[in-house]
Design a protein. Structure first.
Length: 547
């Protein structure tokens, strides 16, 4: 048969309830004891002063003085009779009169008359008063001892009066029930309050135990820092309550972000607006640094919120690469038709036995292609940037758009990170081709200008498209803002936002203005992207013919 074991409960609310009841009971017991102790002292003091008053009255009685001086200490003597009358009149436990030798002249027990007192009488016999609670032949009593003087003031004896201490205890016990009633009422009120607190705590903790709460907290910490999504929790005042490692990495937060206001942790911008809830919606896009993030915000019952962040950078880059590959495929498809036509031309020359014409035709095409690629590589010494421009030229040619470099274009090698320039330049050229392509304008033209001025790389792309209205020149750099239809594999409205973010990362700017004659001019600056010049910097030339 299993034994019933009663131990400390595991549920938090039960532990709190028991702890509060124990604390309340202990406090009440302590208060009761603290109250009874001064009450007892007060009752003792009252009994002692009552005994003192009786003793002083007895000592002032001339019959007592006369009897002590003229008679002997006998049970029927005048001192005994007068002392007993005083005792009966006052309700004292005893009234004892003694001479200078300590011999009793009166006592409630007649056998004690004529015997020496059991305690030292020297103090009152020397003219001093004694107040005390002590135990004698008649039990414990509140005592007062005063000197007995004759008419000349000479001490001729002492008077000792005792008040039964049981009377003091009875008064104390009489006050105890009322005190206990008050204490019981306070205990009941405290128990009800503890029960209400415990019930509220039970609802909030769902009846789990302390060990379970500890395990849940440990598991939560491990889970939050293990997931590959960023999680940031805010309170009702937009203070950061919790941030996991991924969120700190994605948002570039400092280690002391927890406990600080969101406005102090994140700079002003869309990222802060999305996380704080100023911008609402699901799967909101935002750019932080060079990362594209998807944010979702969920409010909590206490007025706070939890925001999850997913890194969309790789997906966005893949989407843009798909766009570039699609454009290249279109260009290659067009070039395939063009090459087929040229091969037919060469074949016609050969069939007509015009070999010289065929040779000159092929040489002319080769020189033109190679001259175009060489011109780009000589002016753009960064291989990835020159390769981008050659590829974009083929796409522009397929779309019927003229893509040309300005006379001022010259980009030497030695950039700290050419990929960011490629990203910015590719986005700007794609937007320009979209603006002028598809028959939107007559004689579509895109001009690219890349140069270094006072250590700052300046990227400028101009087109003769419809241009950007003045009231939209700031909005087009915001995340999610676009006038184009989004493709199936990715969202629109991130390219220009990333352009501005990359420029600001280097301390530069991104802006748009109107082009003379119609269209728009996008200008992006990179102040801190040029490495110190090297005397032996190699020259970069595109190898081969892109055709």
């Amino acid at each position: 048969m299993a034994r019933l074991r009663i131990g400390w409960p595991r549920q938090v609310f039960a532990q709190v309830l028991i702890a509060q009841l124990l604390i309340t009971t202990g406090v009440l017991l302590l208060l009761t004891g603290l109250f009874l102790q001064p009450l007892r002292s007060q009752l003792d003091d009252q009994a002692e002063h009552q005994a003192l008053a009786i003793a002083q009255t007895t000592a002032a009685d001339p019959d007592i003085v006369s009897g002590l001086l003229t008679s002997a200490p006998t049970p029927g003597g005048p001192v005994q009779r007068q002392a007993e009358r005083t005792r009966e009149a006052t309700g004292a436990l005893y009234v004892v009169v003694l001479d200078p030798r300590g011999i009793r002249w009166s006592h409630t027990d007649l056998r004690e008359v004529g015997r020496r007192v059991s305690t030292d009488p020297s103090v009152p016999l020397h003219g001093h008063v004694i107040l005390q609670v002590d135990r004698g032949t008649l039990g414990t009593s509140a005592r007062a001892k005063v000197p007995l003087r004759d008419g000349a003031g000479t001490v001729i004896g002492a008077v000792s009066v005792g008040i039964a201490y049981s009377g003091v205890q009875n008064r104390l016990l009489a006050a105890l029930p009322g005190l206990l009633r008050y204490a019981g009422t306070a205990l009941a009120v405290g128990a009800c309050a503890a029960l209400l607190v415990a019930r509220t705590l039970r609802k909030r903790t769902h009846g789990v135990s302390v060990r379970d709460i500890t395990a849940l907290l440990s598991e939560r910490e491990a889970m939050l820092h293990a997931v590959r999504e960023g999680v940031i929790a805010l309170d009702e005042h937009d203070r950061v309550r919790l941030v996991n490692d991924e969120a700190a990495r994605l948002l570039a937060l400092a280690d002391d972000a927890e406990g600080r206001d969101l406005d102090d942790v994140l700079p002003a911008g869309r990222s802060r607006d999305v996380i704080s809830g100023r911008v609402t919606g699901r799967d909101l896009l935002t750019v932080r640094g060079n990362r594209v993030l998807i944010a979702n915000r969920m409010p909590t019952q206490d007025g706070g919120s939890v925001v999850t962040l997913r890194d969309r950078t790789e997906v966005e880059l893949l989407g843009r690469e798909l766009d570039s590959i699609k454009g290249l495929l279109d260009a290659l498809r067009a070039q395939d038709h063009e090459h087929a036509n040229r091969l037919h031309t060469v074949l016609g020359y050969l069939e007509l036995d015009m070999t010289a014409r065929a040779r000159d035709f092929v040489a002319h095409l080769t020189r033109a292609r190679r001259a175009s690629a060489t011109a780009v590589s000589e002016r753009i010494r960064v291989p990835m940037v020159s390769a981008l421009l050659v590829g974009k030229s083929a796409i522009a040619s397929e779309r019927g758009v003229t893509l040309r470099l300005s006379e001022r274009t010259h980009l030497p090698g030695g950039l700290t990170d050419g990929r960011d320039v490629v990203t910015v330049l590719g986005n700007l050229i794609d937007n320009a081709l979209d603006a002028v392509g598809g028959g939107r304008v007559c004689g579509p033209d895109v001009e690219v200008e890349v140069f270094v001025e006072h250590g700052t790389v300046v990227v400028r792309v101009a087109d003769n498209g419809p241009g950007v209205p003045v009231d939209l020149r700031d909005r087009i750099f915001q995340e999610g803002w676009t006038t184009k239809e989004s493709p199936a594999h990715r969202d629109r409205g991130l390219g220009l936002a990333m352009v501005r973010s990359l420029a600001e990362r280097y301390g530069g700017t991104a802006r748009v203005a109107a082009r003379a004659g119609g269209g728009s001019v996008f200008t992006v600056t990179f102040p801190d992207i040029v490495s110190p010049p090297s005397a032996t910097a190699p020259r970069t030339v595109l190898a081969g013919d892109p055709s």
